[in-house]
Design a protein around this ligand. Structure first.
Ligand code: G3P
Ligand code: CA
Length: 264
C-alpha cells in the first residue's frame, strides 16, 4: 500500500497467539486464549475438531492423550480419539494439569465458548480445521457456528478479525464455498506454480518459518494474498521473518513478538 505522498504506508504485522499464548498457558484452553488477549495478540489461533455427538471442541492432537488426563479418567478407551468421546465425557477432563498445577481443572473448550470469550475483546480468531477429513461436513458446521452469532461474521471480517485455515486445502476450498465472506488460509507451502490458481479463492498462505524466502512472500502478495508464518518463538527468528516481509507471525509468545515489533 502507498500513502498519498507516495511513501510506503506502515502496515502493522498481525500478531497471532498460537493455540492461545501456549508458551505461558496450556494450549487450546480458555486460559491460554485469555492470556493471548491480555498480551495484545491481534488473533488467537485454535484447532477445532468434533466429538462423537457433534460438538465442536478445541484440541490440537487427534487424540486426547497428550493434553488431558483422559488415560486416567477413561483407562479402557485407547487410543483416546477425540471423535470417539461425547462432549459430556470430554467435559470431565482436565486439560490444564499436564502443563502446570496452576491450571488444574481447565476444561477442553468448545468453539462457542471461545467465540464468547474473544468476541468482546479487540482480538480476533484464526480457526484451524484440524484433520477435517476425519469429520465430514465440519466446514459447513463451523461456518454455521460462526453465523449463529448475529452480526459476528460481518463485523469480524470487516475488522480483519476472523480467518479459517487448514493444512487440508480441499477442506478450505469447501469452507470458501460454505462461507465465501470469511478469508481462508492454506497452511504449508504450495509450490510457486500453484499460487495463481489458489489465489482465485484463498486469502492467506501460511507456511512454516523455515520453508520460504522473501521472493516467495513477494509472489504471494503480488497475487493479493497474505503470508502468516508459524511457529516463530525466538526473537532472532521473528526478526528474520519480518525481514522477509510477512504479513503476520504466529507465535507461542505474543509478548515477545510485541517487544520485537516495537524495536523495529
Ligand atoms: O497456525 C499454525 C499452526 O497452528 C499450524 O500447526 O500443528 O501447531 O496446528 P499446528
Ligand atoms: Ca494449529
Amino acid at each position: 500500500a502507498a500513502s498519498a505522498a507516495g511513501q510506503p504506508e506502515h502496515v502493522a504485522v498481525v500478531n497471532t497467539a498460537h493455540r492461545g499464548a501456549m508458551g505461558h498457558a496450556p494450549e487450546n484452553t480458555l486460559a491460554a486464549f485469555r492470556l493471548g488477549i491480555q498480551q495484545h495478540s491481534d488473533l488467537i489461533e485454535a484447532d477445532v475438531q468434533r466429538t462423537r455427538d457433534g460438538v465442536l471442541v478445541l484440541v490440537h492432537d487427534t487424540t486426547l492423550r497428550r493434553t488431558t488426563d483422559v488415560e486416567e479418567v477413561f483407562p479402557d478407551r485407547a487410543p483416546w480419539r477425540v471423535g470417539d468421546f461425547t462432549y459430556a465425557e470430554i467435559r470431565q477432563l482436565d486439560a490444564g494439569s499436564w502443563f502446570s498445577e496452576e491450571f488444574a481443572g481447565e476444561p477442553v473448550p468448545t468453539l462457542a465458548q471461545m467465540v464468547e470469550l474473544v468476541r468482546p475483546s479487540r482480538a480476533g480468531i484464526l480457526m484451524e480445521l484440524k484433520a477435517p477429513a476425519l469429520y465430514p461436513g465440519i466446514e459447513q458446521q463451523v461456518a454455521d457456528a460462526f453465523a449463529s452469532y448475529p452480526g459476528y461474521v460481518r463485523s469480524a471480517v470487516r475488522a480483519e478479525r476472523l480467518v479459517v485455515q487448514s493444512f487440508d486445502w480441499q477442506s478450505m476450498a469447501r469452507y470458501h464455498e460454505a462461507q465465501p465472506s470469511v478469508p481462508v488460509g492454506l497452511l504449508g507451502r504450495p509450490d510457486e506454480s500453484r499460487l495463481a490458481e489458489l489465489s482465485a479463492w484463498a486469502d492467506q498462505i501460511n507456511p512454516s518459518f523455515r520453508t520460504f524466502d522473501a521472493a516467495y512472500v513477494d509472489r504471494v502478495q503480488e497475487l493479493g494474498m497474505e503470508v502468516h508464518t508459524y511457529t516463530v518463538n525466538a526473537p532472532a527468528d521473528m526478526h528474520a521473518v519480518l525481514d522477509r516481509g510477512v504479513d503476520g507471525v504466529i507465535t507461542n509468545y505474543p509478548d515477545v513478538l510485541e517487544d520485537v515489533l516495537a524495536e523495529r
